[in-house]
Design a protein around this ligand. Sequence first.
Ligand SMILES: Nc1ncnc2c1ncn2[C@@H]1O[C@H](COP(=O)(O)OP(=O)(O)O)[C@@H](O)[C@H]1O
Ligand SMILES: [Mg+2]
Length: 253
Amino acid sequence: MVETATDIGTGTTARAEDLHREYGRGAAAVRALRGVSVAFAPGTFTAVMGPSGSGKTTLLHCLAGMDRPTRGAVWWGGTEVSRLPERRLAALRRSRVGFVFQAFNLMPAMTVAQNIELPGRLSGERPDRGRVLDALARVGLAGRERHRPGQLSGGQQQRVAIARALVSRPPLLFADEPTGALDRATGHEILALLRAGVDEDGGTCVMVTHDPVAAGYADRVLLLADGVVVDELDRPTAAQVGECLSRLGGGGL
Ligand SMILES: Nc1ncnc2c1ncn2[C@@H]1O[C@H](COP(=O)(O)OP(=O)(O)O)[C@@H](O)[C@H]1O
Ligand SMILES: [Mg+2]
C-alpha cells in the first residue's frame, strides 16, 4: 500500500473491485451491493442511475471512503482505501474527495465562508480566505461570503456546497442527487459546474441522479439494479437513458 507520486492530484482513478455491502446479519440482512466492479478515469463524468433501493448511495459512499464494504475493495489511484485505518482514511479523504449531498448539508448558523472553511478546520488546517473567495467566485457567488445559508435560494445553497467540496481541489468529486431538490433551470447550472470541474480541472465526477436529462451531462451512465451493474451506456441521449430505466422498472424513481 505504498503511495506513489502518480496517486496524487488529478491523475487519481477511483475503482471498485467486487464490492459487496450488506446491512444487518442473518435473515434480516440487506444486500445493498452484490459484486460491483467499476473504474472511473480522470477527466470523466459518470452518472449512476437505477431504481430506488438499487444501491446507488451505498456505492457512492463506499467509493468516497465514507462507508466500508463488507467484501471487495475500493482504490484511489494505487491506494486501497477500504483497508486504511480510520484516521489515515479520514486524512486522505479530505485531500482526495469532495462530496455534494442532495440536501446541501450546510450549517445554518454559519456564514457561507465559514461553511466552506469547515472541513479544513475540522482537519486542523488554518482557513485560507483567498481560496474560499476563489471557490465562491467559481460557483458564481462572489460577494456572498458573509451571508447565511437561509438568505440564499436552494440553487445558491447547492453552489455553496459545491464550493465547499471543491475548495481543497480534490481529484474525486461525488454527488448524490445534487439537483434532486432544485428546479430544472437551477439544476442545469449545478450540472454545468460539475461538468466544468471535469473539463477544466481534469477531475473525476461520479453523480447519482434520477433525471435522464441530468445524465446527459455525463460521459457515461451506469445502471444499477438490486446491487449490481446491469448496464453501461456511453454518451447516451436522454431518450436512451429513459428507455433503459423503464426497462429496469420503477422509471428510476
Ligand atoms: N444504513 C442502512 N441500514 C440498513 N439498510 C440500508 C441502509 N442503507 C441502505 N440500506 C438498504 O440498502 C439498499 C440500498 O440502499 P441505497 O444505497 O440507499 O439505494 P439507492 O440510493 O439506490 O436508493 C436498500 O434496500 C436500503 O434500504
Ligand atoms: Mg440514494
